[in-house]
Design a protein around this ligand. Structure first.
Ligand code: UTP
Length: 408
């Protein structure tokens, strides 16, 4: 892409200011900027104007959840089915570690955060150790794919190397990068991060499958016979990964996906609730929960939307192939975005100053024909770290880890 083509694209999407420092740039910087303009989806910026109308919801109704008692009754059977799939190499794990973790307030990748008290216990380490339990039980390595972004790739990869993959087999740890999306002010004008670079942020955690495909990993997965991918967030330090019972239950119920869920601790808890939307599996986010949905009861008098997702999903690969071409909803999220001011000085804002654009893995569930909501014991498997203190924090996760006998 040369100057004219780049300029035309900027004009088309109302972003000509991206060239405001053009005359000051070196040849190398100009090339870098052209490339970024070519690679970036600027069309998303136009959605700012229609933010409110972006994702209209369908009719929400309750979904049947496989609850703890039902799981207990068939635990042995499900576990055997799951172990068989894992031993046959049909299960892989995908860690979503491309996020910025801004709420934690560290510039480093979230997984590098040390939650230890008397020794080092890194978030990445906790996750690898959890997966290692399954490796030991099954007697085979589970391929672990780690999604990073432009912002944290090198640091993440070097950290794993430096720590010797926390005892995992390096040949079974595969890193890939997700795509970036532009980040803009409240009027959809992209910020500049450098004079030759637009501000960008990772394009949301739904990017994982497309990015794996682009990296050639989906073809490899198919060659090696992986049929199921357990996708999980980087920040839940207690979660079970490639959990044989969960894998087995999803296979036994012949579902296209499974979603681990926890019983909500209040109707307005800030977790997405599993439901049906226009008859298909879906997740209603906490900010879309109306009073009516919060008050709704099932036949037993229990809250009808009582189970929240924890960002631990099992996807059947072949079903993802079918949905990959479909457009997922776009989420426009308010964030603090570093930028260059009028004088070209770098500013790191203390308060949100614009939008980033994301697609979310939870919206992939709605594209599938079936999904098994699978209940887990909350205090054993759900210790997310979003903040330093308070709810879903380093503090709360430490307490839960200790309750579960993990030395910190
Ligand atoms: P969060 O929604 O907690 O976002 O991500 P975040 O960016 O990590 O944190 P904040 O909001 O800035 O504090 C949930 C999971 O999805 C991953 C995160 O790494 C985390 O595991 N994620 C999020 C990605 O992999 N890519 C993204 O673009 C966004």
């Amino acid at each position: 892409m040369g100057y004219q083509e780049a300029y035309d694209k900027l004009e088309k999407y109302g972003q000509p200011h991206v060239f405001q420092y053009y005359d000051e740039l070196s040849g190398y910087e100009k090339e870098a900027l052209f490339k970024q303009i070519m690679d970036t989806d600027l069309a998303v910026l136009q959605q700012c104007a229609h933010r409110e109308e972006l994702n209209p919801r369908g009719v929400i109704t309750p979904i049947e959840v496989m609850q703890l008692a039902q799981i207990e009754e068939r635990r042995e059977e499900f576990t055997q089915i799951g172990l068989e799939a894992i031993r046959a190499g049909r299960v892989g794990a995908v860690m979503l570690a491309g996020g910025m973790g801004t709420r934690l307030g560290s510039d480093e990748p979230k997984g590098i955060y040390n939650i230890g008290l008397t020794k080092e216990v890194f978030i990445f380490q906790r996750l690898v150790e959890n997966l290692m339990d399954v490796v030991q039980q099954a007697g085979v390595w589970v391929p672990l794919y780690v999604m990073t972004s432009d912002k944290n790739h090198e640091v993440t990869v070097s950290f794993f190397r430096e720590k010797n993959y926390f005892g995992y087999d390096a040949d079974h740890v595969i890193f890939f990068k997700q795509d970036m999306a532009p980040a803009s002010d409240y009027h959809g004008k992209v910020y500049m991060e450098e004079k030759y670079k637009m501000s960008t942020s990772p394009n949301g955690n739904a990017g994982w499958f497309v990015s794996m495909k682009k990296a050639g990993l989906v073809d490899k997965i198919k060659e090696t016979g992986i049929e199921w991918l357990n996708v999980f967030a980087v920040d839940n330090v207690l979660q079970r990964i490639a959990d044989p019972c969960f894998v087995g239950a999803t296979i036994a119920m012949n579902c296209a996906a499974g979603a681990k869920v926890v019983k909500k601790n209040a109707p307005d808890e800030r977790v997405g609730a599993m439901c049906l939307e226009d008859g298909r599996p879906s997740i209603v986010e906490y900010y879309d929960m109306t009073q009516e949905l919060m008050d709704a009861k099932d036949a037993e008098g229990e809250p009808a939307y009582n189970f929240g997702v924890i960002l631990n999903y099992l996807f059947r690969e072949k079903d993802l192939e079918e949905i990959v071409a479909r457009k997922l909803p776009l989420h426009i999220v308010e964030k603090k975005i570093p930028y260059l001011d009028e004088e070209g000085r770098r500013v790191k804002p203390d308060n949100p100053n614009g939008y980033k654009f994301e697609q979310l893995v939870l919206d992939m569930i709605h594209e599938l024909d079936s999904c098994l909501p699978y209940e887990i014991v909350r205090n054993r498997e759900f210790a997310p770290i979003k903040n330093k203190t308070g709810i879903d924090s380093v503090e709360s996760a430490r307490i839960l880890c200790q309750e579960n006998g993990i030395e910190l």
